[in-house]
Design a binder for this molecule. Sequence first.
Ligand SMILES: Cc1cc2nc3c(=O)[nH]c(=O)nc-3n(C[C@H](O)[C@H](O)[C@H](O)COP(=O)(O)OP(=O)(O)OC[C@H]3O[C@@H](n4cnc5c(N)ncnc54)[C@H](O)[C@@H]3O)c2cc1C
Length: 458
Amino acid sequence: MSEKVAVIGGGIAGVGAAWSLHRGGYEVELFEKGPALGGNAKTFRWTTENGHADSPLLVVAWPQMYYHNYELLLRELGVGITTLPISYFVQTPDGHFCQDGQTSIARRFSREFRRWKRLVAFVSRINDFFLPRKTHESLYHFSYFNPLNLIPLYWLARLFGISKAFWDTIFVPIHCASFITTTMKSVPAVILPLLESIVPLEEPTQMGTWVGAPRQVFDKMTEPFAGHVHVDHEITSVKRVGARYAISDKHGRTYQADKVIFACDASATLDALESPSWLQRVLLGNTRYVDDIDPTFSKFVIHSDATVLPEKHRARILSGFNTYSEIDQAGALECTFVISAQNPSTKDAGVPMLVTFNSRKAIDKVQQRIDLPHSVHAVSLRNLIIMSMSRYLQGKDGLYYCSTFTTPEGAHDLSFMSGLVAAQAVGAPYPFSTDNRNAVADFRLMQKMMLRAGDRTA
Ligand SMILES: Cc1cc2nc3c(=O)[nH]c(=O)nc-3n(C[C@H](O)[C@H](O)[C@H](O)COP(=O)(O)OP(=O)(O)OC[C@H]3O[C@@H](n4cnc5c(N)ncnc54)[C@H](O)[C@@H]3O)c2cc1C
C-alpha cells in the first residue's frame, strides 16, 4: 500500500506538492482553510454591467525569463500564456511619475536615476564575482558568501548619493507591489539586479499572465484527485498517533496520514503542531510576515469606483497602467491594482476593476472587502537565515515544509518549486521531463536551498 501524505494549505506550494505526489504514486489529502484553492492566486468573479467576469486579483503576472518550471506546468496543463504590459503610475503631492521620463518629478530626479544605474551595475559586478558560473537567468542563484546579503539596499543607495526623497517617491511606490509592503529598508542589496531586470524603475515592461484566470490551473492540477481535496478545512492540530499522524480541523473532523507537508504560513504550522521542538519554535515562531511589520497590504477593497484615481489622469490610468500608487501629504501610501487595464480576460468587461490597499478615501461600488493576513514573508536577512535553517526541520518525524517562508522571497514560481522540492523529499520524482535544462537547474538550486545534501536526489 502506498504512503498517504496530508498537505495543509491550498496555495500553489501545497497544490504543487499534492500534484507532484499524486503523479509519483502517493495517496494525498489536501486541506485548505478557505472556500477555494489558490491562496494568494485568487480568482475573483466581478459583477459587471452585462453579468459576470472572472479575473486574477492579486497574483496577476510573472517575469517569464525566470519562471521556467511554472511555465512548464502551464504548458503541461494546457493553460494558455500571454503577455501583459506592466507599467506604474505614482501620484505625489508635488506631481506624478509614470515611467515615460517626461514628468517634472522624473526631471527632478534625473541625476539620481543615473546614480541608480551605477548602483545596479556595481551590485551586478559583486554578485557576478560571487556567482561566476551562473548557467542561466534564475531566481535561484544564491551565494551565502556574498556580503551584499548583509547590506541593506537602502544603505547602499544612500552611499551612492541617492536621496531619501528618491527612495520614498520612486522606489517604494513602484516596488511596494512586488514586496507587498512599503517598509523595504531591510531588503538586502544583493536583490537589486534581479529586481531591476523584472521591474526596471524607468521603463514599462512585459510579463506573462494566464489566458483566463488562475482558478483553471488549480482545477486542472487537482482534477485527478478531486475527491481528496478538502476546502473549508482549517487544520488546527497535527498529532502523532503511533506511527501515523491524526490531522484535525477546527470543526473536529479528523483524518489519518503517514506524512504531512505544511504548505501554510509558519505561524499556522506552529499552532497546529502538538508539541513542537525548540527548533520548530525558533524557526516557525520567528518568521516575520509583511503584515507583522507594515499593515499597508493587510486589507483590501475590491471595487469599481474610478474616483480613487486622480480625475486629470483617470482615463489614461484606466487604459494603460497596472498599478497606481498615491502618496499623501503625511507620506501614507494608497495602492490600487488596475485589473481591468490590460488583463486579457477582463479588459472588455466594461467596468473598472480595481483593488485598493490601504484606502484613504471613501470607496463606492464595493464588490468585496478582504483581510489578507500573513500573505508573504518579509524579504530580510532574518527571514533568509530562517529559510536556510529550515532544512534541518525537513523530513524530521515525517513532517515537511514548503510555501513562501521556505523560499528567499514571495513569488509564485518559488512557492511552486518549494512544493515540488517538499514532494521530492517525501519521495516523488521531479515531475517534468528533464529536457528543459534551465527548469532542472532551478529545481536543483531550490533543493540546495531547502534540503540537506543527503536528502537531495541527483
Ligand atoms: C498582493 C499580492 C500580490 C502578489 N502578486 C504576485 C504576482 O503578481 N506574481 C507572483 O509571482 N507572485 C505574486 N505574489 C506572491 C505569490 O502570491 C506567492 O509567492 C505565492 O502565490 C504564495 O503561494 P503559497 O502557496 O506559498 O502561499 P499562499 O498562496 O499564501 O497559500 C497558503 C494557503 O494556506 C492556507 N492555510 C493557511 N492556514 C491554514 C490552515 N491552518 N489549514 C489549512 N489551510 C491553511 C491559506 O488559506 C492559503 O490558501 C503576490 C502576493 C501578494 C500577497
